[in-house]
Each structure stands twice: as structure tokens, then as C-alpha cells.
Design a binder for this molecule. Structure first.
Ligand SMILES: [Zn+2]
Length: 288
């Protein structure tokens, strides 16, 4: 047997599942993409690696390459712990949403921008007073990197077989409503919005559209202190969950968990956000 090939990996732990008696398989994201790794003995109480391989940690790892199986983590040292993502139910559930979109939209190799985006989002999620706003920003950025960038600036509707392409410049005093069209991947002008189907879209307020444009265009720091009306926040949460579910052809486990929590159907005391009842590594057969 030749010597094991070792390599260094700076990676964020997105998901993990128990394997065998004391091991875990970790799904991690590094600058070059997704990796599935085996952490041996990590569930033993005295494992030295345990505290460094928690969900959502960013960890420097030394990994040995194994032919025909998972590569094995030999050493691990956490660079960022982001403790609140495991201690706080709401932040933890939103961190699950961040991880879920990566696991659903991307496989194998990815661009370094994805790692930077996830790193920035989790770091902000640890402290932000407004995780909802941050999540809406993250969704726009991740859709762009996944090749599903929605068109919010120009009408995606068609009239008489011709693309409408009317520039959309929503103003707070607009009397008419705009539209969102999942299938065509963007927004509709007020005239095209009158034809929108409730299966593949719906009506969108001027405030919501204007926020979608800004969330797609701006760095998060430019948006963090702007007034974000509660009604707009709720409208965007509802529409983006449906929009993303439509393109993934499945429900989003973490957002569903959050809705059930808000409706009083689950209590954080009985639920650890790192052990959601709806595993994001399971396959859903339900349709949206
Ligand atoms: Zn139009």
C-alpha cells in the first residue's frame, strides 16, 4: 500500500450524518466546491476533533485521499465557530436554509464566489439583528451563482407573441401592482401582471419589487440600515420561498420549519436546529 495522499482544506460544514458506530459523514463547502468527507470516531465523547467539526463551523482540515471511498479527515481546527448558529433556534434554522440552497443547487466543483458568499452570510447571520433581510439578500446572490438569476429590472412577460421587456422602475406611490412569474424567471409590468397565473406566480407590490432589485444589485452592507417594512419582508419571504421551490421542484425544509415555528406548531425548546426533523439530505417527493 502506498502512502496516503494528504491535502489541506479550508471548508464550511453544511450538513452531516451519522455513519457506523462512531463516525460521521460531513458535507462541506470549500473554495473549489463541495466535498463529502468521513470523520472517524467523532461521535466518541473524547474525540479531539469533535468541537472542530460541528455543523456550520469553518474549519481547517488535513484530509487523506482514499480511493473508492470518502476522503478521511485526519486533523481539524476550527477557524470560525459561529456559536449562535447552533445555540439560537432562529439563526440556526436560517443557517440551515443557507446550507440547503447550496446542497440543492450545486454539486461537485463550484466557483470560489460561492464559498465567499456562504462565509460572508454565516458570519453576518451570527450577529445581524435582521436575519430575514440577510436571507433575502443571500437568496438573490445564490440564484445568480446557480445560473437562475431572476430578471427584476425588465418585464419578462409576452404580449401578442412578443417579449414585453418594459423597464421596471417601481415607486412607492405606484397605484398599480407588478407581478412575479416563476416560469419566466422574473417580474412583470402592471399590464402583463393582469395575466399572471396563480400557479406560476402572482401580484407583487412596488415596494417588494424595488427591494428585489436592490437585494440583487447591492452589497449587503448597503442595505443593512435601510427601512425594511414588515409587510414587504413578509411578502418577499412568501414569494421567494415559492419562487425557489418552483425551480428546485421541491419544498424548502428550513423555511417550512420556520413557518411551522411561527405558527406555534413546533417549539424551539423541543427542537435543536442542527437536528431538524426534515433532513435536507432526504429526498422529498412532495411537489410544491
Ligand atoms: Zn410587460
Amino acid at each position: 500500500m502506498g502512502r496516503a495522499k494528504l491535502y489541506q482544506l479550508d471548508a464550511i460544514i453544511l450538513e452531516r450524518r451519522d455513519h457506523g458506530e462512531a463516525d460521521r459523514v460531513l458535507m462541506v463547502l470549500a473554495a473549489d466546491g463541495r466535498h463529502d468527507l468521513l470523520a472517524r470516531g467523532v461521535r466518541k465523547p473524547r474525540s479531539r476533533k469533535t468541537g472542530h467539526l460541528e455543523l456550520f463551523c469553518r474549519t481547517q482540515m488535513l484530509v487523506s485521499r482514499v480511493q473508492g471511498s470518502w476522503d478521511i479527515i485526519s486533523q481539524a481546527e476550527a477557524l470560525e465557530l459561529w456559536e449562535k448558529l447552533r445555540e439560537d433556534f432562529i439563526r440556526g434554522t436560517y443557517a440551515r436554509h443557507v446550507a440547503e440552497l447550496v446542497l440543492r443547487f450545486f454539486e461537485g466543483e463550484t466557483e470560489p464566489e460561492l464559498f465567499e458568499l456562504v462565509n460572508t452570510t454565516l458570519a453576518l447571520l451570527e450577529h445581524t439583528p435582521d436575519p430575514e433581510r440577510l436571507l433575502r439578500w443571500y437568496e438573490q446572490q445564490v440564484l445568480h451563482l446557480a445560473g437562475f438569476r431572476p430578471e427584476w429590472r425588465m418585464c419578462v412577460g409576452e404580449r401578442g407573441g412578443q417579449p414585453c421587456r418594459t423597464p421596471l422602475r417601481p415607486r412607492p406611490d405606484d397605484r398599480s401592482l407588478y407581478g412575479i412569474d416563476f416560469e419566466r424567471g422574473g417580474a412583470l409590468c402592471p399590464e402583463c401582471a393582469t395575466q399572471v397565473s396563480d400557479v406560476t406566480g402572482g401580484l407583487l407590490s412596488p415596494s417588494a419589487l424595488s427591494w428585489l432589485q436592490a437585494l440583487q444589485r447591492e452589497d449587503y452592507t448597503a442595505l443593512a440600515t435601510l427601512p425594511f417594512p414588515v409587510r414587504t419582508a413578509r411578502e418577499l419571504a412568501r414569494w421567494m420561498e415559492r419562487y425557489i421551490s418552483y425551480h428546485l421542484e421541491r419544498r424548502l425544509a428550513a423555511l417550512r420549519m420556520m413557518r411551522e415555528f411561527r405558527a406555534g406548531l413546533v417549539s424551539p425548546a423541543s427542537t435543536n436546529p442542527t437536528e431538524l426533523p426534515y433532513s435536507i439530505s432526504e429526498d422529498y417527493t412532495e411537489t410544491v
